[in-house]
Design a protein around this ligand. Structure first.
Ligand SMILES: C[S@@+](CC[C@H](N)C(=O)[O-])C[C@H]1O[C@@H](n2cnc3c(N)ncnc32)[C@H](O)[C@@H]1O
Length: 478
């Protein structure tokens, strides 16, 4: 066996890697696992792979160590507009109709490249948005790009690429969206760069959908060439979680070669030429689709209750998203009572504006969520969780100063609200106020150190104190 590791040890390490990273190393891939481990061991502080493997098999790793391990076990193959037919389907079948509908209401688009590698996929999504939205400035476009490998993320943030990243890409891409960056490299335009937000997210372990990492209310998720490396169990779990990250009518694109349709029974598969993508269509959306496909009689008052309000306003093309609007506004509970919805809402009154605000925010309808949250705060200004939600929505909308003020209010009401300290740490850093940032991160570290690692952080959608502690440490640089 490679690198002198015995079978029992490799078996244990492959179990650990499957559990913590989702990565699948069956016996025939043990030589790859041993090679990755041999490369990672020095960075992890071990002289020999054997000692490193024994430690992995028996011990907890910090997030940083996990990142190091991931960086040696993951595959970083990508390029701009990889599989051009998928981007064509994205542009024509998904974005153009969506933009036509949202132009009148909302003007938001939310996309996610999950497993973004060095950023080519995320920037390709951004460029596609620019192509379909000539008036992009009047839209709120958010593109999230996440990966488990911090080295890939650093390269993605830098946005500097060599010839290799453009293999198979159309000529206009480099001419229009890149400028020379020395040697044979080019740098992505700041207009494209500013549309994408990169972040660390372990698809096998971290919580999503979650308002706190911005994985909620997605219109489009690209998770291509990622699932193929996961264990069957993790493939199923990731598919189910990504389903919940999408709004009604939202679409998931994977690489057809990596996962058969059997992994996605909760989606409706749509085929365009050779491309197959998966659309989240709730029962409500399906009902809406059926209803609008039949011409409505004048003054179609016969439709039941809240739905009728949505149906008669739908354009001829089916828009499950548009149909969801009046339903959520008047009947908030079904919108939040789906599997995986935050448990915090379960005990609250169905009529509570806070429940509505959360449901709207979860669907990415941030302006409406903000209005509902403001309503909740008008009724009760003493609830720190309402101020926290207000801060989170402002943050998502890019209103950073307002988010800072709202988090200050949270801490005025509850000085131990650890996510508010964490949030202020991140926000002050972005605003260039390092001293304030460090102060809040230090308080967060102190609060978390006193808690049980496995306890769930309040208002965090299930994140443990141990996981948040690691994330605060990374932010604080300690
Ligand atoms: C082959 S690349 C795919 C890049 C891009 N999606 C594409 O199709 O061109 C696979 C990416 O998945 C990431 N990855 C692997 N395991 C992951 C995990 N557990 N959580 C998040 N990302 C992961 C890897 O770091 C790598 O960047």
């Amino acid at each position: 066996m490679g690198a002198g590791l015995d079978r029992a040890l490799l078996d244990a390490v492959s179990g650990f890697v499957a559990e913590r990273l989702g990565l699948h190393f069956p016996e025939e891939r043990w030589p790859d696992l041993a090679r990755g481990l041999a490369n990672a061991c020095r960075e992890l502080g071990f002289e020999e792979p054997d000692a490193c493997a024994r430690r992995l098999a028996t011990c907890e790793l910090t997030v940083r160590q996990l990142e190091t391990l991931a960086s040696h076990l993951t595959v970083g193959e990508t390029c701009f507009f990889r599989d051009p037919a998928s981007f064509e389907a994205l542009e024509r079948q998904i974005l153009l109709p969506l933009v036509a509908r949202r132009a009148e209401a909302g003007r938001t688009l939310r996309l996610w490249s999950a497993g973004c590698c060095t950023g080519e996929e995320a920037y390709s999504l951004a460029i596609t948005c620019l192509r379909v939205l000539p008036d992009l400035r009047s839209w709120n476009v958010s593109i999230l790009a996440t990966d488990i490998n911090p080295k890939f993320l650093a390269k993605a943030e830098a946005g500097v690429y060599s010839e290799w990243s453009f293999r198979g890409a159309p000529a206009w891409l480099r001419e229009r969206f890149f400028s020379p960056a020395g040697g044979k490299t080019v740098s992505i335009d700041s207009a494209v760069r500013s549309l994408v937000r990169f972040g660390y997210l372990n698809l096998a372990e971290d919580a999503y959908p979650s308002l706190h990492n911005g994985t909620n209310g997605m219109d489009v998720v690209f998770c291509r060439n990622v699932l193929m490396y996961f264990t069957p169990e993790h493939q199923r779990r990731v598919a189910a979680s990504l389903h919940r990250c999408l709004v009604d009518g939202g679409c998931l694109l994977v690489n057809p070669a990596e996962a058969g349709t059997s992994l996605f029974p909760m989606f409706v598969a749509e085929h365009v030429g050779d491309v197959c993508f998966y659309r989240r269509t709730s029962e409500a959306g399906r009902v809406a689709a059926r209803l609008v496909s039949v011409p409505l009689p004048p003054g179609a008052g016969g439709l039941p209750g809240a739905m009728a309000a949505g149906m008669v306003e739908l354009p001829v093309a089916v828009d499950p998203l548009a149909s969801a609007a009046p339903m959520v506004a008047s009947v908030p509970v079904p919108a939040v009572e789906e599997p995986g919805a935050p448990e915090a809402v379960a005990g609250e009154s169905a009529a509570s504006p806070l429940v509505l605000a959360r449901a709207l925010a979860d669907q990415g309808r941030l302006e409406e969520a903000l209005a509902a949250c403001t309503g909740a705060l008008a009724a009760d200004r003493t609830d720190p969780t309402a101020h926290f939600l207000h801060a989170t929505i402002c943050h998502e909308l890019g209103r950073l100063e307002e988010a800072v003020v709202a988090l200050g209010r949270v801490l005025y009401l509850d000085q131990d609200f650890v996510l508010a300290h964490h949030g202020l740490g991140g926000l002050y850093r972005r605003l260039g106020k390092r001293k304030q940032a460090q102060r809040h991160l230090a308080v967060a570290l102190e609060l978390l150190a006193a808690r049980d690692r496995d306890a769930v952080v309040p208002e965090s959608d299930g994140m443990t104190c141990g996981r948040l502690l690691e994330s605060v440490r990374v932010l604080a640089g300690v």
